[in-house]
Design a protein around this ligand. Sequence first.
Ligand code: ADP
Ligand code: MG
Length: 247
Amino acid sequence: MSNAVITFENVEKNFGALKVLKGISGNIHRGEVIAIIGSSGCGKSTLLRCFNRLETINTGNLTVNGIDLSHPKLHRNVLRQLRTQVGMVFQQFNLFPHLTVLQNLTLAQRQVLGKTPSESTQLAKQYLDKVGLFDKAESYPEQLSGGQKQRVAIARSLCMNPQIMLFDEPTSALDPELVGEVLQVMQQLATEGMTMVVVTHEMQFAREVANRVFFMDSGIILEQGTPQQVIQNPKHERLRNFMSRLK
Ligand code: ADP
Ligand code: MG
């Protein structure tokens, strides 16, 4: 389809003898929010990591924002281009502990995009404000709550002006009372039209924010459709079992 920003076709990914992605196919359109659900170990993180080349696929075709990721070798300039276009937020935040919040947000802008200190600081403060943390610019990560750290991580990604945002269980490491503030920032991003791929166990978020839900089961997408179809009316037995285990 013409407005697909991610297309993958018969993608396989192995770790040695372990087949993790088993000929998986799908596409994601500009402005779509995709929730990926499925049991632990089914390959959700691996698929997401293929999208920004943290993993290289073994066979099949993968194109992300016009960049062909099917080949085992990628020029480092293309890789850099990909990494700025595709932001990623991890379960464990991955902030630099020895840098302030502001420094966390300006580092890649300066080193990768070549921005001046004042340009990068200005944009960083704009995004800190957006995630409600303007007053934490001079704090260090350890001085923040988990929810605040994750909002900083999101702001840091946004500073690169990405076209696509990948989220790998962004709220799984948080105390329950801090989940909402992170989901709210993500919901806002979705409303603004960001293309988002979100691995999550938050079914309410998937139901309310996702345009489509992919249910992964041992290395393939077993079922996909609107939240209404996948979450409310699951067709496959394995999806029904998965849903019932969540409750
Ligand atoms: P999920 O995110 O759905 O829980 P993952 O994609 O993380 O699943 O992992 C899928 C399978 O691949 C698991 O069996 C996991 O142990 C394995 N795996 C993931 N990354 C690696 C790696 N770097 N080396 C070897 N095995 C891996
Ligand atoms: Mg995972």
